[in-house]
Design a protein around this ligand. Structure first.
Ligand SMILES: NC(=O)c1ccc[n+]([C@@H]2O[C@H](COP(=O)([O-])OP(=O)(O)OC[C@H]3O[C@@H](n4cnc5c(N)ncnc54)[C@H](O)[C@@H]3O)[C@@H](O)[C@H]2O)c1
Ligand SMILES: [Zn+2]
Length: 339
């Protein structure tokens, strides 16, 4: 087990990579604990939960909204929760976001922890102290900055995760390598077989590398002004793809990373051979590199998404594998590349 400590604004958060859900009891109080999970995670792993009241939400993004939040507050009150209670979210990013949001707001905030059960939750959603919920389809429009006391990243739980969900998480793992860590990129190239077979050492290695990369960036910039933007690599184009299609987040980000890497080559920052390596690794992990969508539509969606007052936008480009930077990018130049 590896412990990575994040110093938040108000508290210290310990991310425990390779710890087992079976040991959750060691990290929570003896009483006053309330568990939030979803139906899938409950079905596969409910037998490992400690003996406390459990609120089970429906799986999926639509649950991450206020009607569900209100039901959970009501449930907490009915169950006798108070200011000294403790919330544990056991699940993917949706459960972590909703559990973190509820904990940060119930009675003006009570402590909480996560057992992150999807690859995306382990490498992304559980790190950084952001807890967002949606409002009538607007994603993560209301939220809090609040760190969990602990996050257990039990990679053994990934055995029950659907393969496409694993791939979606891999897109963020590859992103971390591309923006900050060339060695991690090499590791992903050489350990494909072990990773796709969910070999524990390989999984723990990539999760802990990703947690460290995200944690370092977030700690340097907890409020998202400067280098935290690097985490948006592939996301500007990726989010636009999500808006105009039904392509899931991880796959849209993969396509977005190809777009950003391609533009980096076009602008003379990145070598073409490195671009090819990026295409190869995404394909190796079963991720798409192109979408069958009209780029005009994607471009329009991207512009709508940005609050712009000038002819430029921030775009994350690569100088090499492992080295990203923020670039004020001319929208017309981007357009002529895209279309
Ligand atoms: N707060 C943040 O910083 C942050 C960062 C990135 C993403 N997010 C949020 O995370 C969410 C996406 O997270 P996600 O991809 O984990 O989605 P998710 O929570 O919907 O999980 C994906 C699916 O996998 C299932 N699942 C989870 N763990 C499982 C397991 N061990 N075995 C079997 N099934 C399992 C879930 O029931 C669900 O059907 C989005 O809402 C996104 O906004 C938040
Ligand atoms: Zn993402």
């Amino acid at each position: 087990m590896e412990k990575i400590v994040i110093e938040g604004r108000d508290n210290r958060s310990a991310i425990l990579v390779g710890e087992s859900i079976e040991n959750l009891k060691k990290y929570i109080p003896d009483s006053g604990v309330f568990i939030i999970t979803d139906e899938n995670v409950d079905k596969f792993h409910g037998k490992s939960f400690p003996d406390f009241p459990v609120y089970v939400i429906e799986p999926g993004e639509p649950s991450k909204d206020f009607p569900v939040v209100a039901k959970i507050y009501r449930w907490l009150l009915d169950e006798g929760a108070d200011r000294s209670s403790f919330i544990v979210g056991i699940g993917g990013g949706v459960v972590c976001d909703i559990a973190g949001f509820v904990a940060a707001t119930f009675m003006r905030g009570i402590p909480f922890g996560f057992v992150a059960s999807s690859l995306l939750a382990q490498v992304d959603a559980s790190v950084g102290g952001k807890n967002g919920v949606n409002l009538e389809g607007y994603k993560n429009i209301v939220g809090t900055f609040s760190q969990p006391d602990f996050v257990i990243c039990d990679t053994a739980m990934l055995h029950t995760l659907a393969e496409n969900e694993f791939r979606n998480g891999m897109a963020e793992v590859i992103k971390h390598a591309l923006i900050k860590d060339a060695d991690k990129f090499t590791y992903l190239q050489t350990h494909r077989h072990a990773l796709l077979n969910l070999q524990p050492d390989a999984l723990n290695t990539i999760v802990s590398q990703s947690v460290k990369i995200k944690a370092a960036i977030v700690q340097a910039d907890e409020r998202e002004q400067g280098i935290r933007r690097l985490l948006n690599f592939g996301h500007t184009w990726g989010h636009a793809i999500e808006k105009v299609s039904k392509i899931p987040h991880g796959q849209a980000v993969a396509i977005g990373m190809v777009f950003a890497a391609g533009y980096s080559v076009h602008q003379g920052y990145l070598k073409n051979e490195e671009y090819q390596k990026i295409l190869n690794i995404l394909e190796d992990y079963g991720l798409p590199v192109l979408a069958q969508i009209d780029n005009n539509k994607v471009f329009e969606a991207m512009l709508k998404d940005k609050k712009r007052d000038r002819q430029n936008m921030h775009f994350i480009l690569l100088e090499s594998i492992g080295k990203a930077f923020v670039k004020e990018t001319d929208i017309e130049a981007l357009k002529s590349f895209a279309l």
